[in-house]
Design a protein around this ligand. Sequence first.
Ligand code: PLP
Length: 398
Amino acid sequence: MTDAQKIIDDSAKVLVQNYAPQPCVLDHGEGIYVWDTEGNKYIDCSIGYAVASLGHKPKAILDTINEQASKLMICQASYMSEPKLRAAQLLTDNSVFDRVYFSNSGTESVEAALKLARKWAYEEKGEQACEIIAFRSSFHGRTYGAASVTEKRNSQPFFGPYLPGVHFAEYNNLDSVTPYISDKTAAIIVEPVQGEGGLMPATPKFLQGLRALCDEHNIALIYDEVQAGMGRMGTFFAYESFDAAPDIAALAKGIGGGFPVGAMVSKEKFGNVMGPGTHGTTYGGNPLACAVAATVMSEILKPGFLDNVNTVSKIIMNGLADLKRSSNKITDIRGRGLMIGIDTVFNIKDVLNAMRENGILVTQAGKATARITPPLITTEAQAQEMLDAVEKALESLG
Ligand SMILES: Cc1ncc(COP(=O)(O)O)c(C=O)c1O
């Protein structure tokens, strides 16, 4: 038995079996590459579900962790700190937002956004204003609030009851939203690109329409930018690439580049409603996480960084389109920036296995989509390497 198989088998005896284990065990990474315990090298286009935005082992993050961990890792959340201030200012100085709340994960950022919107609506419009409009095929996380606005709740009745007053409209269909709007509506929550839902980007017109509806009816507009934000669209915030800014946004994943940190950001009039004792978390805003987030954001904001994301996105999108034309194996290409999905004529499990066997890691999204989320530091030459690996994988399937 290989070391990897022993780790997988022994893990199965002690871990809750909520994940179907991958057949290899990852050991270390550098840049866009990872190696498993058997020494196999892969191009990592999964990066922990679109997390390691600066790739693996980035010097900037390692230096920051070393420096900050040897100074101060944790303090009570009510203490202010220089790294927390710096991270918060990077978010507010480079966006339409004025207020920041730090969390540890995507679901917690969504949870904070929902609570903020509900409290704002309670004060602004009254107790009845507690309903949320979300979208079909949405994914917002796994804590109860976030799960309640995730359409999958309908296939997981065993966790019920969920939050009442949640309506699911059709994504990219403004007409499907209006019937749900009333004086009970507190917020609309939407992903600029549905990730788990199958790499479906919103049309700018749809998000602009939601913005107009929210303005007209005094409703809080929340973007879940957990996966799409922080450079992945080729803009710092995802909303910039759609020309329609929300009132509140949830962030996580890419903001920490692999370190667990999230944030909820909002415009002044929303953020203002949270006073002492309304919400909080032990680890949120800790100096170590904030120092890392500040470093990651500073890297993303360096001149040329986002230009590279846009260039590499074009290379991959065009390369996939060429492959679609020449091979007849790709049936659809969707996405935006470096959040790309392909549907193929093959079974998705076979596609994921073939990709891995041909040296590239991708993840499943939706029912049948292979999700390609390369690190944002991918070079033009590496983008070509990714395309070659995808082509080889699809060829191997016949
Ligand atoms: C759009 C979106 N929102 C929220 C989450 C939940 O984030 P986390 O797993 O960090 O709780 C995810 C995770 O995949 C996500 O893609």
